[in-house]
Design a protein around this ligand. Structure first.
Ligand code: SF4
Ligand code: SF4
Length: 131
């Protein structure tokens, strides 16, 4: 008998949960027609606008857990000082952890809110910064 009442109570709770969800506003949106803006979203990694401040220190590359994603080549300037030649990031391998942006001493790398950057061509997913 106790078991029977337990089942009835479970049923009532179940129907109550369904009913309350039917009158609530949906938590999902009709993507891609509608989009939600998220603050602090870890979206596509990108380069800060303006003059290139990268000092080719290699910190971003060393803290990146997805090895091979960041490639850095250097060259020598007029004073034989090592400077950045090119920094490339393969977004198809990036897991958007944000380590590189967090640890970049010159704030060259930034995390954007952009999450719509899929492509059928892998070449489109390689972003490059040149000096
Ligand atoms: S966000 Fe993470 S995985 Fe992507 S390039 Fe930076 S450190 Fe590597
Ligand atoms: S992007 Fe930042 S962390 Fe990476 S090499 Fe340049 S200065 Fe260093």
């Amino acid at each position: 008998m106790v078991k029977f009442f337990r089942h009835i109570i479970s049923l009532i709770i179940g129907y109550f949960t369904i009913g309350s969800n039917l009158i609530k506003k949906p938590v999902t949106v009709f993507y891609p027609e509608k989009k939600k803006e998220h603050k602090n979203l870890r979206g596509k990694i990108s380069f800060a606008e303006g003059e290139c401040k990268c000092i080719a220190c290699g910190i971003c590359k060393s803290v990146c857990p997805s090895k091979g994603t960041i490639k850095i080549t250097t060259k020598e300037d007029e004073g034989s000082k090592k400077v950045l030649d090119e920094l490339s990031i393969d977004l198809s391998q990036c897991i958007q952890c944000g380590n590189c942006a967090e640890n970049c001493p010159t704030k060259t790398l930034i995390m954007t809110n952009d999450y719509e950057y899929s492509s059928t061509d892998k070449i489109d997913l390689i972003i490059r910064l040149r000096r």
